[in-house]
Structure formats: C-alpha cells, structure tokens
Design a protein around this ligand. Structure first.
Ligand SMILES: *Cc1c(COP(=O)(O)O)cnc(C)c1O
Length: 463
C-alpha cells in the first residue's frame, strides 16, 4: 500500500515511513492511495472473530508486505494484552436500539490507548529492524501524553518527551505522565497553556537541523496509524449488533476529528454506516461548519470535557480531501486561508457530500451534567463528561432506523471533579491504576521558552 498527502506535493511513501514521519513533507496528512474494500459477504464472515483476529484482517491491507502475517499477529497480541477487558472494547446495551461502546479499558482509561499501544509495538518492531533510535515529542492536554507514556515506557530505542501545561491537567493525568519510573520517559511541565506546549513542539518539528539531530518524530492524532487502529472497534461493535444487515448510527465525542474519521474509514471499507454524529462541547466550530460551509476558529473555551477543548480539528483535512474527490489544490488553498484568516469556506457540493453521512451537535455544560445525572439515576451507570457529550448529542438526533452506538471515550474516574459536580459521587479508580497515588512523581518544570526546551534536549537526550 502506498500513501499520498492531502496537499498533493509530497512523494508517496509506504506504511513504515508514514508511521515514522507522522506529517507529510508538504505539511499535509497521509492517506492510503486506495481504500481496501470488503464485500458484505466478507464482512458477515468477520462476525465470529475476536478483536485481535478482526484487527489483523482490517489492518493487513494497509500495511502490505512490510510485516509477515505472524509478525502482525504478535504485534497485535502484545498491544492489547494490557487491556483489562478480554473483549478489548466491550459493548453494553442501554435500551432496545442504544448501545455504549466502552473504549476505556486500556492502561490509561481513555480511548487513546487503543491506538497508542499499537503504535508503541510497531515503532519498536521497525526500529529494531532498522537498528535506529528515535525521539518522540508530544504536547498534551492530558490523555495523549498519558497514553504515550504507557505505550513507550521501557522501550530502549525510543526517548519520549512529553510537554504538559503545568497545573492545568487533572491529578490522575499528571500522575500517569510522571510516575512511569522509566529512564526513557522525559516529562516536562511547561509554565504555560496547552497551545504554548503545542507551539514549541510544532516549531521543533519544523526545524530540520533539530529533527535530524534527534531523529524526531510525533505521535499526535494526525499520525495515520492511530486512525487505522481505531477503525477496528467500529467494525467490532457494528458486527455485534447485527451488521451488516442492520444499519448503524455512530455518535462520537469529537475534538481533533481523529476518532470519528476512523468511522468514516470503516464506511469507505464497506461497513454499512447510516450516520456519523459529531458530538462536541461548546467549542462548536464543527456544528457551525456543517450548517454553513464556513469553518471559523474562535478562542478555545474551557469545559468539563477538556480533551475536546479544541478549535482546530486537524483531521477534518482528511475528510475534506475525500469529499472533494481528492482535490489537493483546494486543500492547499483553504489551509492557507485557515492559517492567515482563521477561517475557510468550502463549496456546496463538498458540503452536501459531507452532510450525506455526517450530522453535528454541540452540547453545553448544563446538558453535559444533566446527561451524567440521567444515566446515573435511570441506568445506575457512571459516565465521564466526554461520553456524556456524545450521549446528549446523539439522543437529540432523530436517527431514522438501525442501531445506535455511542462511543464512551474515557472512564469516569479519570474526570472525578465533573462527575462529582453532577451527581455528588466520586468515581473510584480501578484497582490496577490506584497505585499511581503512592508512586513518586518525576518531572522537570521549564519556562515556556523554545530555547529552554532545546537546552533540555542537549543535556538529556543523547543520540
Ligand atoms: C482525545 C479525546 C477525545 C477526542 O477525540 P478526537 O480523536 O481528538 O476527536 C474525546 N474524548 C476523550 C476522552 C479523549 O481523550
């Protein structure tokens, strides 16, 4: 399988290079040159498969001959052995047609583990084969950094540098990032906000000399391999509720658009998806975009669902590329508008194509809390604020027919304050995670200055 860039000015690359590079040379995002497609008959045959077997079937075409079937099998097995549920992503029924897809049984209690664990194993495999070392840099508002630490700890060919905004992430998140006790993990508390961390990371990644010196790579959600890994649970859940006969409506708590784009990929691969509902908190750029065809960036609002406090949904670029018949000139134009004018417009044809499959709904803070209360009093179910945004949005959409699957993206104990303020109960951390409160935190506080972070690299990362 070859990969192309959404901006059309980069050489096509194979899976291994796409994994290692993250972003294309022309600053575009990678997508496979063609979509592997499965017939309905073939999809029916997937019904009896375990999560790992299904993952192998769905991912093999994207990887091509870079891994043997046994190598891929071992990598998948290793990646998902750290999950606390044997089903990896179990489904629970809420009512006749409504189901909750629990994506929080990985080691850091959020859906990001589903992809990051696989990335960790894949990086290790390819680096061993190449005889190379790499430095991965990651800015985080909490969940991505925690998932990355768990995925890359104790891997001696990889140094991981995580930049988090000091004092602005939850205590559970900070402890997950700082208590790994692994020499290759570097946790940096930056005296600034998430955007400051992100800006430093972007500048370092854009500096060729610095990148070459440290063999720098990135694992934020623009990395194609994260999207690929997330396609699996869309198929897995749909098959459990009667797909391919049944039509499926998925509702996805959305920030950077990576998770819901994986749902779109499942659709392109042949899964009969009826609707993809984009659920956002009061950062409502996507809802406004679907109404008017104009994407406009505003200031980020702080909400109860912080992992979705995002205005620039980076992976939307991939959807726009697909729905405009892969018009890379158009993508270059609108991305330039976005960086200079903080907005762009798309044509009606592309917009209608998106609206054929997608709906969008933003949910305010009061409705988020009300939804947490509703599921607690009616179902005795504790849900986290991100999941609540999804349930609130999805239930307001009159889905016509079929089954409705709501993605539950985090465990409620990861966001105890929001749950407590809604129902007065503090959700318990699972036993295997509780010990982070006894462990010693190791991190370095740094000023919000690029040169200071560079200095940290010079002193602490040796390549
Ligand atoms: C990252 C995250 C999201 C948003 O996912 P995207 O792929 O960025 O759209 C939603 N919920 C939780 C708990 C997250 O950590």
């Amino acid at each position: 399988m070859k990969y192309i860039s959404t901006r059309g000015q980069s050489n096509s690359l194979n899976f291994e290079d796409v994994l290692m590079k993250g972003l294309a040379g022309d600053r575009g995002l990678f997508l496979p040159e063609i979509w592997p497609e499965f017939s309905l008959e073939k999809i029916s045959n997937f019904m009896t498969m375990s999560y790992n077997e299904l993952a192998q079937e769905l991912m093999a075409p994207f990887i091509g001959d870079l891994l043997t079937s046994n190598e891929l099998k071992d990598i998948i097995k290793k990646s998902y052995s750290s999950f606390s549920s044997s089903e990896i992503t179990p489904l629970t029924q809420l009512s006749k047609n409504d189901f909750l897809l629990e994506l929080f049984h990985g080691p850091t209690l959020a859906f990001k583990d589903c992809a990051m664990q696989l990335l960790g194993s894949l990086f290790e495999h390819f680096l061993k084969r190449r005889g190379e070392k790499i430095t991965i840099i990651c800015a985080t508002s909490g969940d991505t950094g925690a998932a990355a630490v768990e995925a890359f700890k104790n891997k001696n060919l990889i140094d991981l540098v995580v930049l988090f905004p000091k004092g602005r992430i939850s205590e559970v998140q900070q402890r997950q990032i700082t208590t790994s006790d692994s020499a290759n993990i570097h946790s940096l508390a930056i005296e600034g906000n998430f955007d400051d961390c992100q800006l430093i990371v972007k500048n370092l990644l854009n500096s060729d000399d610095f990148c070459n010196k440290y063999n720098l790579s990135a694992v934020n959600s623009i990395n194609w391999v994260r999207v690929m890994a997330q396609v699996v649970y869309y198929f897995y859940a749909a098959l459990k509720v009667g797909s391919p006969e049944e039509k499926i409506n998925f509702t996805v708590p959305t920030g950077n658009f990576g998770d819901i784009f994986a749902g779109f990929v499942a659709f392109k691969m042949g899964l009969p998806v009826e609707t993809l509902c984009i659920a956002t908190n009061s950062n409502d750029a996507l809802e406004r975009f679907l109404k008017k065809g104009e994407y406009r960036v505003e200031d980020v609002k702080t909400t109860l669902s912080p992992s979705m406090d995002i205005q620039i949904a980076s992976n939307l670029e991939r959807l726009l590329f697909e729905c405009s018949e892969r018009d890379s000139k158009m993508i270059r134009d609108i991305m330039s508008d976005l960086s200079y004018e903080k907005k762009f417009n798309i044509d009606l044809k592309t917009l209608n194509k998106i609206k054929d499959l997608f709906v969008a709904k933003s949910v305010d803070e009061e409705s988020t809390k009300k939804t947490i209360r509703y599921y607690w009093s009616n179902y005795k179910k504790l849900i986290d604020p991100h999941t609540a945004v999804g349930l609130s949005a999805g239930r307001s959409i009159p889905f016509l027919d079929g089954k409705n699957i709501f993605l539950a993206t985090a465990h409620p104990s990861k966001f105890p304050a929001a749950v407590k303020s809604s129902i007065g109960i503090v959700p318990e951390l699972p036993l295997n995670i509780k010990n982070i409160f006894e462990k010693k935190q190791v991190f370095t506080s740094l000023e919000n200055i690029e040169e200071v972070v560079k200095e940290y690299f010079h002193k602490n990362i040796n390549n």
